[in-house]
Design a protein around this ligand. Sequence first.
Ligand code: C2E
Ligand code: CA
Ligand code: CA
Length: 568
Amino acid sequence: MYSQPILLVVNQEQDGKALRRNIDQHADDLPEVLCVVNTPDVIDTVSDINPACCLLDCRGEYAASLLLLKQLRQHYSPEDLPIVVVIQDENEELAVQALQAGAQNYLYGDEISPTRLVSAVCMAIRSGSMYRKLTQLSHYDTLTGLLNRSLLMNRLDQAVKRCDRYKQRCALLCMDIKNFQSINDSYGHDVGDALLQAVAERIRRSCRSTDSASRVAGDEFVVLLEQVESGTGRKVADKLLKSLSAPFEILGHSVLVGASMGLAVYPDTAKSVDELMMQTHQAMNRAKESEVLDFVSFSEQHKHQWRRRHTLECDLPGAIARGDLKLVFQPIVCANDYQLRRLEVLSRWPREDYAVPAPELIELIDHLNLIEPFHEWLFNAAFGQLRDWQSEGILLNLCLNIPANYCYNRNISLGIRNALNHHGINPKAIELEITESTLMRFPEKSVQILRELRDYGLRIAVDDFGTGYSSMAYLTSLPLDTLKIDKQFFLDSEHHEQNRKIVEGIAALGHSLDLEIIAEGVETTLELALAKSAGCDLLQGYYFGKPQFAGVDWHSYISQFPLVKVDG
Ligand code: C2E
Ligand code: CA
Ligand code: CA
């Protein structure tokens, strides 16, 4: 019936004799029965003979048998070693205790007929394999057969403990399948599911049997590598990337995927399971964002960068709400008489711990979806300042930068109008700067909203002109007042001659469309000469002044420029 023997464990040698006698009478129907006495060696004996089932005779010394039962369970799962206990005198209480301690079935000492014995053993084996199915369901991903997140976390806990105890390292690799969503959308879920199964198979084949490969979310896989040397993670990652980059043949479709992979190592950079998971994910996200890298390994340097980024992301919403951001103002002067005509408004986030460059601040605002609260603050702070200056008799115009996804947003005109009204500012005093690349991304969508704003009285400038790819047709149809020539043409002295021609060309083109031309990034007398000879109308740059807070020094700062009276 069974190729493996049954292991009978008794407390006293003579206990086993009666049982053996009973069993041996029907030796033809039963597997071989091996009998051993309960000693600490039993655990090893089990691994040597690999029995189909263990028959544990608890009669006489129940406590010693129960102890052995618990020890066996610590070493073997019910699927590997089903256990049937033999209990004295129909004692149900003891039977229940034994089941709770991990036995699959029980027999009362005086009812052990061969038939009962065989049926008890069969039931125990069956319940052991049911246990396997249940474990399978609760610990394994049903689609791919890889571990699921809960078993992975379990293994990770154990692995980290082993690393601490034996001074080893473990590495965690996390990967996201490229293009999965689009393949799923274009070919359907059947292809998507079959693709995930094929990916899982390649991952399994690229790993050792001791590695733990898991699927933790839709198209996200994680592999735990234990006892690694430095460099092992990288090698496995290369192997996986190579394997996943070959085309897949799925239900008649040939599909190419590839992966973005992140790696972190315990205890090199991570000091806990949570940190290890977080760092692996952060490294993977880096790889996902990168246009050139498929693999990123978490390093100490990243740790610092990501801690900084995390802090900034947590702090920014509160900083905007509290008004911690500050404005600086940079002069824009007339090219003929250097009279101060406008101020460009630029945002700053003064912090003691980290410097935050303006482009990063704007990117963070976008990333955290804070565009609207940020602009509410920006408009109020800028227009409030302008009104204060006006009340002191300083009449100026302001230029505000508007980022990519705000100039298509319907709320922009409402936001600006409300703030203008609130502070009693004439729209004519305000120019909105929109970068060329932004404008040209959705020109039709921008035209409508910009026209609305311009009809209301605001001026519109194209910022960083010369860096994008403006279509001449749109340049004529967009409602524009000003072109700001990008500073790269003034700052790059190596290509001075070439730049001069470009600046002259842009200025001539702008003038032919009745646009005002601003030169940005004028730092030296050479650049000043270039901007003036090319015919730029207004000039901005460190030559005239760096962006300045409107603080205590403001009046002396501004008094160096001849002021011109403008509409206020
Ligand atoms: P931008 O709009 O082109 O602003 C001009 C940038 O050039 C400013 O940098 C300014 O300080 C710098 N600059 C001015 N003159 C010179 C010069 O002579 N030489 C050099 N090397 N640089 C000069 P900043 O303030 O760091 O801002 C960088 C960018 O961040 C801005 O470029 C703009 O795109 C963005 N930004 C800053 N504040 C805001 C804001 O409130 N809203 C939006 N949407 N973007 C902003
Ligand atoms: Ca600007
Ligand atoms: Ca600019």
